[in-house]
Design a protein around this ligand. Sequence first.
Ligand code: NOJ
Length: 736
Amino acid sequence: MKEQELRELQNTLSWPEKIGQLIQLSGDFFQSEALAVGPKQKLGIDQDTVNLVGSVLNLTGAEATNHIQENYLANSRHKVPLLFMADIIYGYRTIFPIPLGLGATWNPALIKQAYQVIAAESRSAGAHVTFAPMVDLVRDARWGRCLESTGEDPHLNADYAKVMVEGLQGENLEGIASCVKHFAAYGAAEAGREYNTVDMSERRLRQDYLTGYKAAIDAGCKLVMTSFNTYDGMPATGNDFLLKDILRKEWGFDGVIISDYAAIQELVAHGVAADEREATQLAIEATTDIDMKTSCYAKQLEPLIKDGMISSKLVDDAVWRVLKLKNNLGLFEDPYRGASKENEEMNLLSDKNRALSRKVAAESVVLLQNKNNVLPLTPNQDKILLVGPYGDKQDLIGLWAVHGKTTDVTTLKEVLEKKLTSESFKFTQGCDMLDDYSFLGEFGATAEQIDSIGLSESQRESALAEALKLGEVADVIIFAMGEHTMQSGEAGSRTDITLPKIQQDFMNQMIELGKKKILISISGRPLVYTKEVNQMDAILQAWFPGTEGANAIVDLLFGDTNPSGRLSMSFPHNVGQLPIYYNEFKTGRPLTSKTHKGRFISKYLDSPNQPLFPFGYGLSYSEVLYNNLKLSSSEMTEKLIATISISNQSDRDCLETVQLYIQDVTGSVVRPVKELKKYKKVSLKAKETKTVSFELAREDLYYYKRDMSFNVESGAFIVFVGPNSEEVLESQFELI
Ligand code: NOJ
């Protein structure tokens, strides 16, 4: 529709019709009037309001969305189509690894392909908008939503944000619209506790936390979701500084801002609004366009206009942004956008999509340890025993694969059974996932359901006995262990991020058998593996690896694929170190202090400062040597080239992620000890040597200076290049 026509259409809308465009309700409101009675009562709204609502939350499937759209349009006076928005975070039906795993690929080009697949599947299933990417920078593994983030680094996060948006939307929105979230800084919730306060300097906000959102906006992202947290005392949904000053004015974002779930109403609980009327006023004044899942806008906007408390222009502007989005998506011409059963059949879980998911999963797994090269294994050489709660579990897709199906997943046991003879492979679960499942009550499980989950006391005993018996005759024991799906993701904050005790106890008994031990770790966050690094020969961090996860893991176990994943989030030694991140600020008394000794330096008395596994870390089956770091000049005015030689010592091909960090030695404010600026994932043939070069430009060194301008001062810079953030070669240059 031409813009002029759209304007004219908007002018024909009544206030209730306009306000309807600013309300989002969940699918149950639209399924049938009878079914919607409960939800309507809960919100205190009537069917007339529902009939005018402009968007639907988390209802997908072509049959359902087409049916609802058809009914809606048939009964609507204005004929403005519904928008279907959904949480399609790392896969619609073909599930990819959780974003923390995607982060570990260090391969944005590959991740773009994954998001193209996600868009095509979603579109055929009737989704118009996805609430992705989530680009909240994370430094505290206690927070369950680390799962959804690509990690702790502003630069890497921004790279992923860009390709995810590009992959989802396509060049001309032929995919689905992307909604970046959660604006802003949700990942810094204090103490890693869900929905908690965020408070930080503007400098840190801009330098570290905003880069991901900004990259998404620059890539043309159509929507932004506000976060639940406060920033500088004001919840994001009513935060003028974040939404108006930065997002709208500074970044020029004129797309749709949607509140997170009930976040407008929560302004009351936060104590910045006395009631829903005030909450509505704060939110609309901050230019929050859509109210997700409350009746605040439905009930309060019109009276606020009538009483002269808000300008009607605020509402008109918000409506305009929503109509524009619908128009950009082409909904006025085709309200179904190609959603159909046939397209679903063609797209969902196709062999091609599965193959890509397997490739991405293989690149996401991080080999954390491999003592004496216990890996890769040789098929049918050793007797392998697979144990652990994830050994035969289809639940490898993680909590936020809302539309995925665990039944699509092949388990590790199934894959290994296919690959190996029955003499050389055995499986027994050996131990339960958790000591106690009662926390599932908080996620809606009844007492009866909780009782029926897991093993009974006697089953636990016999499971252990069986594992010990089979372990006696095995050469290698593979432990498929980790967190329960419900222990990470939204509302999955934890203060103890070690393996569940029942799994640890089991492991302690099994290692007494003295066999080779391999841990496959399934988790939505970095876990504390301080004990396991001593107990295990090899550790593969596999995250929730997605639909094809088990195939990818087995490819890695046997060396059909050489591991190449690198951590995008540090693994701590213990929870007391959190938040921990490689790009910390310099202190006046670092470990290397020349002026202070003993206890009076910045350190713990009972723990190392460093993480157990640092940012950027990951092994492969190939030893790669780094030599000869050279800078094209010892001075930089505009540009400089850094080169390094990398040499594959092994007889297998590998993928090596070469990382370049800098340190601004003296700045007008304190600067980080290291900052990632460049990286390349390079393929090396067996025994091959390559020279890798990076161009470093003046702008790469920019930061928010003391006066908050984004620039750089002349002076000394250190360049570090290596396979991770700790093992680096270094050189120095002077910025002129
Ligand atoms: C709440 C979550 O914080 C957000 O990420 C999600 O998109 C919405 N719920 C909608 O389900």
